[in-house]
Ligand binder design. Structure first.
Ligand SMILES: [Zn+2]
Ligand SMILES: [Zn+2]
Length: 329
């Protein structure tokens, strides 16, 4: 019997899960973002403006979902911002109308807070850059119905000690396209690998983190997350994200993925290499030109696996890790 992990019968919505608009330091309005991303084939955008939650769900229609989101920073307040260690997390809200903050930081929010303080509602918990403080923000977020994505570890000057201490994460942003363009160091599947090898369980995602300086497209359309739904709605998109019915890509699409017996079967856009990775150095490759169908044997010795698809333009698609014990359920 086929157990589908990426079911071709579902609609695989292209999403940008990291975006800034004029509501914080971006240059396009939420409406302009919707128009531009829809023109590029996207049907979901998480409006993750800095520090302040905005309900942009008025933008939702039968062809588009605007996820209510926010990007929080938890900073160590070093004297110069270039040396400042920080944790940036995106919170995606289950309830599109929920703009109540689980952790405030007037100091971090700065000018954004000044603009929106009339609407700002919070339970008064302040953020602290310590292992406990960071996990408390994530815990509060999860409790209030938010999925928490860990953003751009390299730009944040995070080390292994930092990310291994974090609990309750929904996903790691393995590509932050804008900071990858700026720093050349924000594509981090190796961090996902490290976390999985160490026993952490979370999904992986990609986002643009676009600010659209001078109203241009710099930093847009480079890192997408695909979300599988039966029909497009806010609720279905959130629920698919929560279950991990996603994959992410900077180029090729994965068209189908299933397990049948001891075999993993994947169909994708033409690829030059497909890799199945498991714990430590357990990997298998299929090389070739124009690969669109690959099969890998798996056995009980494999605790989990994930797949990476390389195309000939440098694009890569990543699945999250699938655990064999979950597949048996
Ligand atoms: Zn950030
Ligand atoms: Zn951002």
């Amino acid at each position: 019997m086929k157990k589908y992990l990426i079911d071709p019968k579902q609609m695989w919505c292209k999403a940008n899960l990291h975006c800034h608009t004029v509501l914080s330091d971006g240059c396009l309005t939420p409406e302009e973002i919707k128009e531009r991303y829809m023109a590029k084939g996207y049907s979901v955008v998480a409006y993750s403006d800095h520090e302040i939650l905005h309900d942009n769900s008025y933008l939702c229609d039968e062809r588009f979902v605007a996820l209510t989101a926010v990007e929080y920073s938890i900073n160590d307040h070093a004297p110069h911002w270039r040396d400042e260690k920080t944790i940036h997390i995106n919170l995606f809200s289950r309830d599109p109308h929920n703009t109540f903050h689980v952790a405030s930081s007037v100091r971090n929010a700065g000018k954004y807070y000044a603009r929106f303080k009339e609407d700002f509602r919070c339970d008064g918990y302040d953020r602290v850059y310590t292992k406990e403080g960071i996990n408390e923000v994530i815990r509060r977020a999860n409790e209030a119905g938010f999925l928490v994505q860990y953003n751009h570890p390299n730009w944040s000057l995070n080390t292994r000690e930092d990310y291994m201490a974090m609990e309750g994460l929904w996903s790691l942003e393995i590509l932050n396209y804008c900071t990858e363009l700026e720093t050349g160091a924000e594509y981090c599947p190796y961090i996902y690998e490290d976390m999985l090898n160490s026993g952490k369980r979370l999904f992986c995602s990609m986002g643009d983190d676009n600010h659209n300086g001078d109203k241009g497209d710099f930093g847009s359309y480079g890192g997408a997350t695909y979300i599988g739904v039966d029909s497009l709605s806010y609720e279905n998109v959130f629920s698919a994200m929560e279950k991990g019915n996603i994959y992410c890509s900077s180029g090729p699409r994965i068209l189908s993925l299933y397990v049948e017996g001891d075999t993993v079967v994947l169909d994708c856009d033409p690829a030059v290499n497909v890799v199945l990775t498991s714990k430590n150095r357990r990997f298998m490759n299929r090389f070739g030109a124009g690969l669109t169908h690959v099969e890998f044997p798996i056995n009980e010795a494999v605790e989990y696996f994930r797949l990476t698809v390389f195309d000939d333009k440098g694009g890569r698609a990543h699945t999250s890790a699938y655990y064999l014990e979950d597949l048996k359920k």
